[in-house]
Ligand binder design. Structure first.
Ligand code: HEC
Ligand code: HEC
Length: 314
């Protein structure tokens, strides 16, 4: 009987305790402080494909041109062409949603001063990069209504890259998740003969996949064939043909026209190698050629010599 009463007492105590106990959400440990809405807003910056999370504000392609020249061109090149960091021409082909471009610039750029731009400036930079990629027209204005409506050109065409190397037509690695009877000791071994691996893709810098600068990943110099150093190879390799062709104007003048203009000018070699190295504008129009500080004098000589030979004058 006594025991029975004791149990009842215990039960009553438990009932009382649970009734007065705060629910999980109410538990307070008196550590830290509640985040303010402003603090949460500072962290809650993600933008979703459908545009959820896009802030108020707007920016045009023209405004973006200014934002870009001031904050981005030093690394990504005046035309978004610089591979020194990452070329921005091409970004249009690899994104499913334009909102992702906004999200990325908003989070991470301009490196290393991310989050230093206003929402309007990020909209403008996004509009400008989209225009560089021919995704939107020059009068486009980016805001939270227009960005989500853009259909990026490759949205339905995405596919995964195969492995970097293929062996018998298959990727070089396969990763199958082991759920039972898994190997206890995994020994990692290289099976490919080193020379084969080293030369499989030639100079790996030429296999640029738009991920990062690969200058450090070059195979040992002695494993490469001596590079061909003629004019056509060098102008191709140095990206001149992005802006120049022999017989028609692209961004820069036709090489044939350059050659004709300087025909008979004894100072042409010096003038033009300097121009290509230092960049500049005004001779053929207002669009500048960017500097090429990393090309050796020897290569500059070969290229300009070759350019000058494209003359139509005899
Ligand atoms: C100091 C150099 C620097 C500046 C300035 C800079 N960026 Fe970048 N940007 C980078 C680097 C480095 C990466 C690659 C980052 C990575 O992969 O983690 C990058 C990546 C990007 C990418 C992703 C490209 C891709 O193909 O994935 C975009 C878009 C971009 N930047 C836009 C901008 C814009 C717009 C600005 C100006 C508001 C800007 N960047 C300013 C260095 C810079
Ligand atoms: C991003 C575009 C672009 C690239 C890349 C480029 N150029 Fe140019 N180039 C131009 C423009 C624009 C001009 C006209 C500049 C002017 O009006 O003064 C020009 C002008 C020239 C001229 C004539 C210069 C003069 O003062 O008459 C030569 C020669 C030339 N480029 C050679 C080259 C070579 C060689 C390369 C590669 C190393 C190269 N360019 C890469 C855009 C480019």
């Amino acid at each position: 009987m006594l025991k029975y009463k004791w149990i009842l007492g215990q039960l009553a105590a438990i009932v009382l305790l649970t009734a007065t106990m705060p629910t999980h959400a109410q538990v307070r440990y008196h550590l830290g402080k509640a985040a303010t809405p402003q603090e949460i807003a500072g962290w809650n910056i993600d933008v979703r494909p459908d545009g959820a999370g896009l802030p108020d504000g707007q920016g045009s392609v023209a405004q973006g041109n200014d934002v870009y020249d001031a904050n981005c061109a030093s690394c990504h090149g005046t035309f978004g062409e610089s591979n020194e960091y990452l070329a921005l021409t091409g970004v249009g082909a690899k994104l499913n949603y334009a909102t992702t471009l906004f999200d990325y610039i908003n989070r991470a750029m301009p490196f290393p001063h991310s989050k230093s731009l206003t929402a309007d400036q990020v909209y403008a930079a996004t509009a400008y990069v989209l225009n560089l990629n021919n995704v939107v027209p020059a009068d486009f204005v980016a805001n939270k209504d227009t960005l989500p409506k853009i259909k990026m050109p490759n949205r339905d065409k995405m596919k995964l890259f195969p492995g970097l190397m293929t062996i018998h037509g298959k990727p070089d690695v396969h990763n199958v998740a082991c759920m039972k009877n898994c190997a206890k000791d995994v020994k990692v071994t290289a099976r490919l003969p080193p020379d084969f691996v080293k030369n499989l893709y030639g100079d790996i810098r030429d296999n640029f996949r738009g991920l990062a600068t690969m200058n450090e990943m070059a195979p040992a110099e002695d494993s490469l064939p001596a590079p061909t150093k003629d004019g056509p190879t060098l102008v191709e390799k140095n990206g001149c043909t992005v802006c120049h062709a022999i017989d028609h104007k692209i961004v820069g003048p036709a090489f044939r026209d350059v050659a004709d203009k300087y025909q008979g000018n004894a100072d042409a070699m010096r003038l033009l190698t300097k121009k290509v190295r230092d960049g500049g504008s005004g001779v053929w129009g207002t669009i500048p050629m960017m500097p090429h500080p990393d090309i050796s004098n020897a290569d500059l000589d070969i290229m300009v010599h070759w350019v000058l030979k494209q003359t139509t004058k005899k």
